[in-house]
Design a protein around this ligand. Structure first.
Ligand SMILES: Nc1ncnc2c1ncn2[C@@H]1O[C@H](COP(=O)(O)OP(=O)(O)OP(=O)(O)O)[C@@H](O)[C@H]1O
Ligand SMILES: [Mg+2]
Length: 264
């Protein structure tokens, strides 16, 4: 890592009510010509428990990098992330944090059920219990009857549902999603939005999702953070103060969509 030398900052001492707190996070990558590339600069984001945050920004502005830092896959070069008030480097309960990657990453040689069970195989859970939970997760995303189908036998929307079931089977408190529905047609995407909101309400999850889709951010999120590019930094927070469900054709929803488009 090529971050300029600097005294490491200490994590926040005060406990925070936020499920996720990103404080003064900066990240450098090695550029192709050996130079240091500042990808994220001084990011501060608080995500209250049980709320939904959307991260919106142009391609390459650092959205996935930020999600990777929040998930603990990458370390920030400056600043820190706290999960439930615990600095991420000391956080132990990573099983309560699920990460749904942009590509579905299903194993082609396993059935839908076996793909979902896969999430549970790292632990010591008995086989019968794994199966019970995986069946429950598939049911939750409306895939009963497709347990024995292989990924190539499923539509894109169904594959997304399997990926969502695989994220949900661990019963996460926090769900991180990187453009989870970007490959779906508009109708399936809208269906998945409803499913996600229903499950979030039922399970009381905190969700951060990355999207390019302004409408998706307004329909789903409590708060949208717009990132500016090069280096990635917070341009603006927009709180979506509308009841759900949010019909994207309603004027009050369209106003938010227009406001966010103007910021991008
Ligand atoms: N491992 C890496 N090494 C060097 N540079 C990287 C690495 N990962 C990402 N980058 C660079 O960091 C910047 C941000 O990448 P990132 O994948 O976070 O963007 P993004 O906002 O998710 O883009 P997209 O919307 O296209 O998915 C880009 O310029 C990218 O080239
Ligand atoms: Mg990305």
């Amino acid at each position: 890592m090529n971050a300029p030398a600097i005294a490491s900052e200490s994590p926040a001492t005060a406990a925070t009510a936020a499920a996720i707190a990103v404080s003064s996070v900066s990240k450098w990558f090695d550029g192709s010509e050996g130079q240091s590339l500042l990808v994220l600069k001084d990011i501060d984001i608080q995500v209250p428990a049980q709320s939904i945050l959307a991260i919106l920004g142009a391609s390459g502005c650092g959205k996935s990098t930020l999600l990777n830092i929040i998930s603990g896959i990458l370390r920030p070069d400056r600043g820190h992330v706290c999960i439930n008030g615990i600095p991420s480097r000391d956080f132990q309960d990573w099983r309560s944090v699920s990460y749904m990657f942009q590509e579905d990453r299903l194993l082609p040689w396993r059935t839908a059920l076996a793909n979902v069970e896969f999430s549970l195989e790292a632990g010591k859970m008995p086989r019968a219990e794994r199966r019970r939970r995986a069946l429950e997760a598939l049911q939750l995303v409306g895939l009963n009857g497709f347990e024995d189908a292989f990924p190539h036998q499923l539509s894109g929307g169904m594959r997304s549902r399997v990926a969502l079931a695989r994220s949900l089977v661990l019963d996460p408190c926090i769900l991180l999603m990187d453009e989870p529905f970007s490959r779906l047609d508009a109708q399936t995407r809208s269906l998945m939005h409803q499913e996600l909101l229903r499950i979030q309400q039922m399970k009381h999850m905190t969700i951060i999702f990355v999207t390019h889709d302004v409408e998706e951010s307004v329909v789903l999120a409590d708060r949208v953070v717009v990132l500016a590019p090069r280096p990635g930094r917070v341009r603006e927070f927009v709180d979506i103060e509308l009841d759900r469900p949010r019909d994207p054709t309603l004027p009050e929803v369209t106003r938010y969509i227009q406001r966010l488009r103007a910021l991008l």
